[in-house]
Each structure stands twice: as C-alpha cells, then as structure tokens.
Write a new protein. Structure first.
Length: 199
C-alpha cells in the first residue's frame, strides 16, 4: 500500500490510478494497493455469492429472504469525493433504503453493511482508517474477514461506536447479523489448507 501526501489529492487521482491498482481517498489521503492474492479473492467470491444468492437474487424462494443489493468493490462517495472515496471489498444495501441502483452514478447512499477482507498490507488501514470512516457515516454492520487466520469478526454500530458482536472460525454454520435469516457455512469462506487432501 502507498499513500501520496506531497500535494492535495482529488478524485482525478482515483481515476488516474495505474492499471491493476485499487485507489481510495481516506479523509483526504490517497491510498493505493495492488490487486489482492487468491485467498482474498476466494473469500470475496464465497461471501458475495452466498449472500447474493440468498438476499439479492433469492427473494421469494424457500428460505431466501431477498431484499438486498450485494455489490463487490463498489466505489462509495461519502460527501466530497475529493475527501472520501472508499472502495470496500463488499457492501450491501437494504432495497427499502436504496430501491434502485443508478446506472451512471457512483454509490452515494451509505451501505447498511460493509465487509473488508484483511491482508498484511491492508489490515492496518482497514482497522485504523476505514473503520472510523464507516462509523462516522453511519454504516450499521461491519465484517472483517481474515483469510490468514480463517476468522470473521462481526461488528454493529451502537451510539456511534463499533461493538464487536462475535468472532467466528472455520467450522459449522453461523447466523450473523444482518444476514441472520440464512446461516453461513463458515468452512466455505476459506481456501483449503495447502496440505489438505483435495475433495
């Protein structure tokens, strides 16, 4: 990860980010990082697929409550995009709050849920910079997925502060807010250990 601090940043810096780099503006600081590794990609795909199947595309089906938009790497504009342009790994909106997605605009409605997938190069920024931003704008639920430790931390915003609800490992199923209607199979979130026998 690298930050550019030698001049004021603008949203144009996000648009000008080199190919293969993700760029965000976190409280006026441009932060860029390389594309993630496979274990990150797997968590991203697994969580996104499981949640979208039940809560976005599965509305009305048996056991599938629907009622959400689940998006991968949405570009969020919290007020001035020159100050806060944030790119979480996953985010979700209740359709009652955001009935439609505007096709040619960035996301300006604060998500109801955000998930960041931690890596050695992003964990500090995710915890020290992005968690306070998400609390400040009023995101209600935050998950931190850690592929290296095969753990999932879940938080709820209470009185403007993050409250840790639970930390989950890689076994069994868990009904986790705000998606408690459909338990998540925790083992599916993580790549198999490299020395594990293939199925």
């Amino acid at each position: 990860m690298r930050a550019v601090k030698d001049r004021p940043v603008t949203y144009q810096d996000v648009l000008n980010a080199p190919e293969g780099m993700r760029a965000e503006i976190l409280d006026g600081e441009l932060v860029m990082q390389a594309r993630p590794m496979p274990e990150h990609d797997h968590v991203d795909m697994a969580l996104g697929t499981l949640l979208a199947a039940a809560f976005q595309f599965g509305g009305g089906g048996p056991g599938n409550p629907g009622g959400w938009w689940i998006m991968r790497e949405p570009e969020l504009h919290f007020g001035d995009p020159n100050f806060r342009t944030v790119d979480p790994d996953l985010a979700g909106w209740r359709k009652e709050r955001m009935p439609v997605i505007k096709r040619r605009e960035r996301y300006t409605v604060v998500p109801d849920w955000v998930c960041e997938i931690l890596s050695p190069s992003t964990a500090r920024s995710d915890r020290m910079k992005k968690m306070p931003i998400y609390a400040d704008v009023g995101v209600k639920h935050l998950w931190l997925a850690d592929p290296a430790n095969r753990s999932l931390e879940t938080y709820e915003l209470r009185a403007g502060q993050w409250t840790l609800l639970a930390t989950y490992g890689d076994e069994g199923e868990a009904a986790i807010l705000p998606f408690e209607a459909v338990p998540l199979p925790l083992a599916e979130l993580w790549l198999p250990e490299e020395d594990a026998p293939s199925a």
